[in-house]
Design a protein around this ligand. Sequence first.
Ligand code: NAP
Length: 342
Amino acid sequence: MSTSLKPFNTFGIQSNASQIVIAQTVQQLQQAWSEAALAQQPALILGEGSNVLFLDDFAGTVIINRIIGIEVIEKDDAWYLHVGAGENWHHLVEYTLQHSMPGLENLALIPGCVGSSPIQNIGAYGVELKKVCDYVDCVDLRSGEQHRLSSPECLFGYRDSIFKHQYQDGYAITAVGLRLPKIWQPVLTYGDLTRLDPATVTPLQVFDAVCLMRMTKLPDPRVNGNAGSFFKNPVIIGEQAAELLSNFPNAPHYPQADGTTKLAAGWLIDQCELKGFKIGGAAVHRQQALVLINDAQATSQDVVKLAHHVRQRVGEKFNVWLEPEVRFIGQQGEVSAVETIA
Ligand code: NAP
């Protein structure tokens, strides 16, 4: 089998792994991980590679999680779904709507697979995975023990969860449990969704509107490689927010429940007039500045240099220092993305 990682990362960056294993069961996944550990080689578990940047060749085994299956149990209050980690996320959204189980429509067209969704608590158009997640199943790869974490145990935060911290190393997500309540309440707080009438709107109309917004604004990875939002929306504290807003009163800002303020990273980048800006084969997307694209056979170094430039320009103008949402993978495994572009 080829060891090129190009088909396994949506950025379309060329790099290699020593070995690539496709795992369709928990046992296969664990066996591949144990063999790598025995050979004292690093192992990396990947879903659809939609949130990674390979900086280099990976000096070990990349295990592609392809555990599939969707099981549904209907109860009086809700539908309960048990979904294999390797299922494609958007396919799941379509499946639920085709079977009249609404609740995931705002999360349509998010790239990646189901097993990746809890890691960064995926969110779009006012809905986060946290809202529908019942539990997450994972396996402790060292012991083989399987764990089920309830939604509160996942410690979901803004694009964050326990799977980025305590459960990051040595664990693999194998399935996700979802609860879709039968009483459906549309979430229409964002963008074009605000034009829909909550009294008459259907889940399919919300799905169509979300798909249209995403297809208009976001680059198709099959045309221009990318990993979605490259940077996180910065969250700043009260005093800093007050100062920034007195200098830039038009800056979109969203007060958070904990007293902090969320800024729109895309707007900050756009204000630096960086849309379309290129370094080598990497470019800032013209429609959505938050996305960096592989415009023409970009190398990872092109992307890193571009990300550094964007961070510097935004930092110098706004004193806000952007952090990548995309995870950076070096020869031995994940490395600090912030330190890499600083
Ligand atoms: P947008 O509508 O241009 O808004 C820019 C930012 O402002 C968004 O990131 C969003 O934060 C925030 N925002 C907008 N309306 C808001 C509201 N009513 N209440 C609170 N915050 C609000 O955003 P966009 O880039 O087109 O993205 C639309 C949605 O898809 C967003 O939810 C975004 O997060 C999601 N998305 C995620 C990715 C990814 O790779 N993670 C990629 C593309 C789009 P939030 O991000 O907190 O929602």
